[in-house]
Design a protein around this ligand. Structure first.
Ligand SMILES: Cc1cc2nc3c(=O)[nH]c(=O)nc-3n(C[C@H](O)[C@H](O)[C@H](O)COP(=O)(O)OP(=O)(O)OC[C@H]3O[C@@H](n4cnc5c(N)ncnc54)[C@H](O)[C@@H]3O)c2cc1C
Ligand code: SF4
Ligand code: SF4
Ligand code: SF4
Length: 500
């Protein structure tokens, strides 16, 4: 039997089952909070009435689907996500996976973790040694809950901020339907008088609950991808450089990012791009919307201070198709918005995610301090900062380069970066960094059909020259080694309520 509800298919579900699930979905706290705040939401002007109902509609559909998945999972023994997708055929496998993870957060499903130890042979300082490695296995089962159980309520993201783990990506601020959140590069404030306690900000925040298990299982389903524990799911890995002299003047490494963005704008694959430029304070990055190629070059080059780029996404709503450049935590934030609460009902115009590699970032004030302490330089004298071959390197206006060991500057990095496990922007369509490539080149990892297409499109347009990353030294091996060491060092995120 196939039910068509709001143009979506609920196949193999009986009308009774569907009706009950829809009724339960309408009682969900997020759906209710959103519905009840209709007037306030429309007053902010963020969404038109039609958009408001479209969002509500997708929220109810997603919640209905979850209730059906919950019912079909009841009474089953603990199962791996892959096994669950085989046993529940009513929905796409990736939907079932995201539903189970969300049901866990709602308090209906428990996650059981089994740890096994295996012995592997590793080359350490040229010598082969036996090393013990832990492997983690995650299974999921519906919990026995009391009859009067109420599903978990999601807090606003002040809880993430108060726990000291907010990475200031800015996503919650764009998503909040009543504009209650103000995020800067180092602060987050919620206006309690406006907040309607819908918890949507918490749902999409990359630092609230983890989507790592969902991500891994979904990527493993996609047979067009190679899945690596170190660098995530990918199609190809390249090393490349721009062919354009104007881009060479402003680029950080291979100028790949600027070349890709130029290709996207010139070929009208997007109407606008969200990137960062220097603000009136040199080296303090400022998020910017670019809709004209002539403004693109001012975004070239890495600013190592963080900027909450995602907070301006809602300002780009007027464009039909946009691309976003950002660090891994931002790519994860958008992916979370795509999975939850209902398949990216908020900013459907995001077409391409161009991710950067990122080991850590710094607050603007700490960058100034670093330049003074380690190089005895005023920040305004710097024309470039770079991390290469284990060194933090600055270039002065005179052209002189000064370097210190990377270890010496690591204490200046933001604390909240220590909760970040992703070096290579696993959640992007295409990821770009310097590790693995020669100077003047960037390492590029394509992770989706779209990412591969735009890379090859820019190559065909004569903007980029490339080779396979495995054909060069230090190559993909180094990217993988540094990526896994970042994962191992990452601190677990514990929110204030979980500490009690
Ligand atoms: C904070 C930070 C840390 C990094 N750490 C590493 C690292 O450890 N290892 C590594 O291999 N690579 C790292 N990178 C990536 C690397 O510095 C280059 O950005 C990447 O190699 C692309 O070079 P490109 O020449 O192709 O980019 P370009 O063509 O020069 O374009 C650079 C793009 O980066 C964007 N950008 C610059 N600064 C920021 C920022 N603060 N936030 C968001 N977007 C920004 C610009 O908008 C521009 O679109 C880091 C980047 C950042 C922003
Ligand atoms: S969405 Fe980003 S800015 Fe907002 S609380 Fe989470 S990490 Fe911080
Ligand atoms: S701050 Fe968060 S909980 Fe409050 S209205 Fe905005 S999105 Fe909803
Ligand atoms: S290390 Fe992680 S949290 Fe810090 S800026 Fe980079 S991606 Fe964001």
């Amino acid at each position: 039997m196939v039910q068509i509800v709001n143009n979506k298919l609920f196949s193999g579900i009986s009308p009774k089952e569907l009706l009950e699930a829809t009724y339960k979905a309408s009682e969900n706290f997020q759906v209710r909070a959103f519905f009840e705040a209709k007037e306030e939401i429309l007053k902010t002007g963020k969404y038109s009435e039609q958009e408001f109902y479209e969002i509500l509609d997708t929220m109810i559909d997603a919640e209905t689907e979850r209730k059906i998945v919950l019912d079909q999972l009841r009474g089953k023994k603990p199962l791996f996500l892959e096994e669950i997708t085989k046993s529940i055929k009513a929905f796409l496998a990736e939907n079932v996976i995201r539903d189970v993870i969300y049901l866990k957060e709602q308090g209906y499903v428990e996650e059981q973790v089994e740890i096994k130890t295996k012995t592997v042979i590793k080359k350490i300082k040229g010598e082969e040694k036996e090393v013990e490695e832990k492997e983690y296995f995650y299974r999921y089962q519906v919990k026995e809950v009391p009859h009067d159980f109420t599903e978990h309520y999601f807090e606003p993201v002040s809880i993430v901020f108060d726990s000291g783990v907010c990475c200031y990506c800015g996503w919650c601020s764009s998503v909040c339907p009543v504009n209650a959140i103000e995020v800067t590069a180092d602060n987050l404030e919620i206006d309690d008088n406006i907040c309607m306690k819908c918890g949507l900000c918490f749902t999409v925040c990359p630092r609230s609950f983890s989507i790592d298990q969902a991500y891994q299982s979904i990527k493993k389903l996609d047979k067009s991808l190679t899945y690596s524990e170190k660098i995530g799911g990918y199609i190809n890995a390249y090393t490349g450089t721009t062919t354009k002299d104007e881009i060479k003047k402003v680029r950080q490494d291979g100028g790949i990012v600027t070349s890709l963005l130029e290709y996207l704008l010139e070929n009208k694959l997007v109407d606008a791009i969200i990137a960062v430029q220097h603000s009136s304070d040199l080296w303090r990055p400022e998020p910017i919307i670019i809709d004209d190629v002539k403004d693109l070059y001012k975004t070239g080059g890495t600013k190592y201070a963080n900027a909450p780029s995602l907070k301006i996404i809602d300002q780009a709503k007027k464009y039909n198709k946009i691309a976003i450049v950002g660090v891994p935590c931002m790519m994860k934030a958008i992916e979370k918005g795509t999975l939850f609460p209902s398949g990216l009902p908020f900013f459907k115009n995001i077409k391409y995610k161009v991710g950067l590699f990122c080991m850590e970032s710094f607050s603007y004030l700490d960058i100034i301090k670093l330049a003074k302490d380690k190089f005895n330089q005023d920040i305004n004298e710097l024309t470039k900062m770079n991390i290469d071959k284990g060194k933090f390197i600055i270039t002065l206006k005179s052209g002189e380069e000064l370097a210190v060991d990377l270890k010496e500057v690591q204490s200046y990095a933001r604390d909240n970066c220590h909760y970040c496990e992703d070096l290579t922007s696993d959640y992007a369509d295409i990821s770009v960094g310097s590790i693995g490539s020669q100077s003047g080149y960037s390492s590029v990892i394509t992770r989706s059909k779209e990412g591969e297409e735009i890379f090859k499109g820019a190559v065909d347009a004569g903007l980029i020259e490339y080779q396979n990353l495995k054909e060069v030294k230090p190559g993909q091996g180094l990217v993988e080694r540094i990526a896994i060491s970042k994962r191992k060092k990452c601190k677990p995120i514990i929110l204030e309520t979980q500490k009690e």
